[in-house]
Design a protein around this ligand. Structure first.
Ligand code: NAD
Ligand code: DAU
Length: 335
């Protein structure tokens, strides 16, 4: 494996980033720097108790080369997560998605090209569009790109930039495309935390449309372990899909949460559907399993959800300041 001593994590104050930083500090001897703009989505509180000798936070914009170039040159690997990540926000205002996800990735690519630094680009299964409910096939690394939403299109474009920089400039990069994550520190705008915190706040869960849409859920710690595996042992220039065989309809997930929280299975509301709503995502992670030996440790969604419900119950002080504004933005769209 390629061992890295100084790892730069862009977007490391976000949901996946803060969990990944902990994983890197626990599982390697590397020191870790986070570059993060601290947007509404950041949770710097999640980084408060990290060891000062091995961790630092730089506040800055990933699309600003005067910040990114010297930082990148001072590290031997970059894991790039900084992005606007929420589909519903992209439908309200796509501008920051194009700026951060495309121009930000371009800025990182130019920096790693100039300094010859190893890059891992964290992307999503949404670049492949959606599948029919009864399609026996799942997404693989060979599935054609067919993004549906402004968020997915911006991530798809960022993947194309990375591949072009690998082929044209010999940049040493890998890409991963992960399915839907859940776990601690996820913003209350996202599906699972929104429903758990709705119930904790005395509201009912909100299901878009009929709830037949399927997502392929993976615990965020399994995503982190996969990213570290690819960073250390992935083939340069290669893409690896990450998923844990966790397909469930949104209706099933809402009912699981209601059951776990001692409520009736039908104590939720149907609300306006998301425009352009992708019907189903499903990931075949065969390449990552067979080539690099990665396996998910959290197989069972219901057990993972039970721990996540407990976590949100214990961290009300963290999420409650965000809750009212998040719900007001949804209410304005009938959601
Ligand atoms: P998040 O929204 O929770 O966190 C994003 C972080 O990026 C925040 O800390 C934010 O402050 C930072 N950021 C935003 N714009 C920035 C800028 N211009 N400069 C520097 N920092 C900036 O997102 P997340 O769910 O943790 O997702 C992280 C990455 O993983 C994204 O690239 C996303 O596309 C990808 N991904 C997410 C999932 C998922 O299920 N959440 C699945 C697959 C891939
Ligand atoms: O597939 C990976 C992607 O997963 C990541 O790339 C994105 O960054 C991440 O946000 C996530 O995208 P989704 O759009 O699938 O996640 P979200 O949590 O917004 O919604 C999950 C499903 O639940 C989706 O079908 C919409 C639905 N939903 C969402 C909310 C917020 C509801 O039914 N009710 C809700 O209140």
């Amino acid at each position: 494996p390629h061992v890295h001593q100084r790892i730069l994590v862009t977007g490391g104050a976000g949901f996946i980033g803060c969990n990944l930083v902990r994983h890197l500090l626990d599982r390697t001897d590397a020191s870790v720097t986070v570059l993060d703009k601290l947007t509404y989505a950041a949770t710097p509180a999640a980084l408060d108790d990290l060891p000062e000798a091995r961790f630092s936070l730089v506040v800055g914009d990933v699309a600003d080369p005067t910040v990114v170039d010297p930082l990148v040159a001072d590290h031997d690997a970059v894991v790039h997560l900084a992005a606007e990540s929420h589909n519903d926000n992209a439908l309200r205002d796509p501008a920051p998605f194009v700026q951060t996800n495309l121009v930000g990735t371009f800025t990182v690519l130019e920096a790693v090209r100039k300094a010859d630094v190893r890059l891992h680009h964290v992307s999503t299964d949404e670049v492949y569009g959606d599948l029919a409910l009864d399609d026996p096939k799942r997404f693989t690394e060979d599935t054609p790109y067919r993004p549906s939403s402004p968020y997915a299109a911006s991530k798809a474009g960022s993947d194309h930039l990375v591949r072009a920089w690998v082929r044209s400039f010999g940049v040493r990069a890998t890409i991963s495309g992960c399915s839907n994550n859940y776990g601690p520190w996820q913003h209350v705008e996202k599906f699972i935390p929104r429903q758990i915190t709705n119930i904790l706040a005395g509201r009912r869960p909100r299901l878009y449309g009929a709830g037949e849409h399927v997502r392929d859920w993976i615990h965020v710690d399994d995503h982190s372990a996969a990213v570290l595996t690819i960073l250390e042992r992935g083939r340069l220039g290669e893409t690896y899909l990450i998923g844990a065989d966790g397909e469930h309809s949104n209706l099933e997930v809402v009912r699981m949460i209601l059951r776990l929280m001692g409520r009736g299975e039908d104590e939720f509301d149907h609300v306006a559907d998301r425009p352009g709503h992708d019907l189903r995502y499903a990931v075949d992670a065969g390449r990552l399993r067979n080539e690099l030996g990665w396996l998910p440790a959290y197989g069972d969604l219901e057990a993972g959800l039970a721990r996540t419900v407990a976590w949100y119950t214990e961290h009300q002080h963290w999420w409650s300041p965000e809750k009212a504004a998040t719900e007001a933005a949804y209410a304005a769209k009938g959601q």
